[in-house]
Write a new protein. Structure first.
Length: 333
């Protein structure tokens, strides 16, 4: 009796090339992607079409796309094991997004999306249609590749749930065209908070860069940011998200970038003050950034462009095969 060949599950995820990627992006997303490469077939995109929901400087957008690619590579994403490509290089993404806008997505769905409300604020009427509808493009990104698992931050969970709903509706009408994806959120570190306000997520687009530590920060600047980070009232080093959110955030960063888990850190710093704790955390962050930037600086822009070109070919082959099925199903191909 022949033994069945076990196929790996497919993962898709991506990051916009806008703003400066920070340790929150690394901890919440990129670091877990690296670990997933051994177990899954991984597809990682630089999602530049998502970035243009807000107007971008063209030269800056191109530069950032290369920078993000180099960050993926420096973090340990292996182009021999994973597909790395730029979203705009594969036309099927926008084609499928339009089809899903017509077949699957509903106005009622998009009206529930909290990120649109957060990003547009009081200016919803003047916000771009792209900002409103970009969760449908994200659904297209995922569904094109039969992704079964989508590792994202907590703030993107709602969008993956929308992709699930769209896939189910489309399949209900046209047969089993799309795989219905599952969201995966890191248990620890899924949401790294601002260094100066623990009620807000660390954001790569924050106008005050003291709120975050970017992956390409000057080493001594990063050290100073940690030393200036807010803590909570009291003197004890404790992990308590409700009563000590700022300290709990710093403990999470320490544990994931260092070598000690949170319970061990709490034990080791019993009887010590916040100053000693932050000094040691700064050393951990500096070591991480030094090692990371050493790897980053060894990767040339030309190397990154070659990786993107190879990834484009591999991604386009998969996406175009899916689009043939979709076009045939709805009668346009």
């Amino acid at each position: 009796m022949k033994k069945e060949i076990e196929t790996k599950k497919i993962i898709f995820s991506g990051i916009q090339p806008s703003g400066n990627l920070n340790i929150g992006n690394y901890i919440g997303a990129i670091s877990q992607w690296v670990n997933m490469q051994e177990k899954y077939d991984c597809i990682f995109s630089v999602v530049d079409y998502h970035a243009i929901t807000v107007k971008q400087n063209p030269d800056e957008l191109r530069r950032r796309a290369i920078e993000v690619t180099k960050i993926y590579l420096a973090a340990g994403i292996d182009p021999e094991k994973s597909i790395i490509f730029k979203q705009s290089d594969v036309a099927a993404h926008t084609e499928l997004a339009w089809i899903l806008n017509c077949y699957g997505a509903r106005i009622a769905d998009l009206n529930k999306m909290t990120q649109f409300k957060d990003k547009s604020g009081k200016n919803q009427e003047s916000a771009s249609v792209g900002l409103y509808a970009y969760p449908v493009l994200m659904a297209a990104d995922i569904l094109l590749y039969d992704a079964e698992i989508v590792p994202v931050g907590e703030d993107q969970k709602q969008h993956v749930e929308l992709a699930r709903d769209i896939a189910k509706r489309f399949n209900g009408e046209y047969g089993e065209i799309f795989v219905v994806p599952q969201v995966v959120i890191r248990k620890d570190g899924a949401r790294i908070m601002s260094l100066l306000d623990a009620s807000k997520k660390m954001s790569k687009s924050d106008s005050n860069q003291n709120n975050c530590i970017t992956l390409l920060d000057d080493i001594e600047v990063a050290r100073k940011k940690i030393m200036r980070a807010v803590t909570d009232s009291g003197i004890d080093i404790e992990y308590d998200l409700e009563n000590k959110p700022a300290l709990s955030n710093l403990l999470t960063i320490y544990a994931i970038l260092g070598t000690r888990e949170i319970p061990r850190l709490v034990k080791d710093y019993k009887g010590k003050g916040y100053g000693d704790f932050k000094k040691d955390l700064a050393d951990v962050v500096v070591k991480f950034l030094t090692d990371f930037q050493t790897k980053y600086n060894k990767i040339s822009d030309e190397d990154a462009l070659i990786i993107l070109e190879l990834g484009k070919e591999r991604a386009a082959k998969i996406a175009n095969e899916k689009m043939e099925k979709v076009r045939k199903a709805i009668g346009v191909g």
